[in-house]
Write a protein that binds this ligand. Structure first.
Ligand code: ADP
Ligand code: MG
Length: 270
């Protein structure tokens, strides 16, 4: 890869005796959509936290667009163009849906005045089909709608070069999932934004990601096209605890979900 957007080099993070991320090295191309899978507890969220600056590595480096992120707090990393969503949606519950977006849009002082800010925020709401709920308080949204709002807020950030999405589709109604996929595709196509998407939803990742990477016990054990990764004996073993054909993450629902306490059923109306 000639000029990767993101380089992870020997990243390591332990919590007490638990090595959550162990020597992860990889690169993401500019404009790539990369999937990240792995059983629960394999270190996916910790890895996103290391890139976003929510957690500092014990060892190793994160390099974005040729410059190290070492020692930088999350707000400085965000100012470099890294946006993210969290596994549990974080929204301002007592603000309206539109206000939630205006907070992000107005935080960029290089943008012009209020009229433009409002226009941008409304365009983003249309992109994720939340415009009909613009004046609803965020606390009234379903879990899936809150996740959609979180995604829109992530996409509102400027500059925006890398989006880190942590299980955005988990437990979300298929109709909302579809809006998310379209918004991700559209943002990727129109602005060349790079995405790293943690998900257990193989059919959705198949539509989004050219390459999928796999973590297990903190290590980066495989990456490549989804079909190849799903046949990889190391990946099958990571999910099942034993090698065997036809039982990888590709088969039906992701095994990681069950231990998460999710039923696997959509929990939201469209
Ligand atoms: P995943 O997102 O793949 O489910 P995580 O990154 O959340 O995995 O967790 C990886 C491992 O690190 C797990 O064993 C988890 O319990 C541990 N871990 C994550 N965050 C912390 C923390 N803040 N303190 C202690 N242990 C943690
Ligand atoms: Mg996680």
């Amino acid at each position: 890869m000639d000029d990767p957007l993101l380089i992870l080099d020997g990243l390591h993070k332990s919590f007490g005796g638990v090595a959550a991320v162990r020597g992860v090295s990889t690169t993401l191309a500019r404009g790539e959509i990369r999937g990240l899978i792995g059983p629960n507890g394999s270190g996916k969220t910790t890895l996103l936290n290391l890139v976003g600056g929510q957690t500092r590595p014990d060892r190793g480096w994160v390099v974005l667009a040729g410059r190290s992120l070492e020692g930088q707090p999350p707000d400085a990393i965000a100012a470099r163009g890294v946006a993210r969503t969290f596994q549990l949606p974080r929204v301002f519950r007592h603000m309206t849906v539109l206000e939630n977006l205006l907070v992000v849009v107005c935080a960029d002082h290089r943008r012009a005045g209020w009229v433009e800010a409002r226009r941008d925020a409304e365009a983003l709401l249309r992109l994720v089909h939340l415009d009909g709920l613009a004046h609803a308080e965020a606390r009234t949204l379903s879990g899936g709608q809150a996740m959609l709002l979180q995604l829109a807020r992530c996409l509102a950030q400027r500059p925006l070069v890398l989006c880190l999405l942590d299980e955005p589709f988990a437990g979300v109604h298929p109709g909302i999932k579809e809006r998310m996929v379209q918004a991700i595709h559209e943002t990727n196509r129109a602005h060349g934004v790079t995405f790293l998407v943690v998900s257990h939803e193989m059919p959705t990742l198949r539509r989004l990601a050219g390459r999928v990477s796999v973590m297990h016990n903190g290590a980066w054990i495989a990456d490549g096209p989804l079909d190849a990764v799903a046949r990889d004996p190391r990946v099958i073993e990571a999910y099942l605890g034993r090698p065997g054909p036809g039982h990888g993450p590709e088969e039906g629902r992701a095994p990681g979900r069950a231990a998460d306490g999710h039923s696997g059923q959509p929990r939201d109306p469209a």
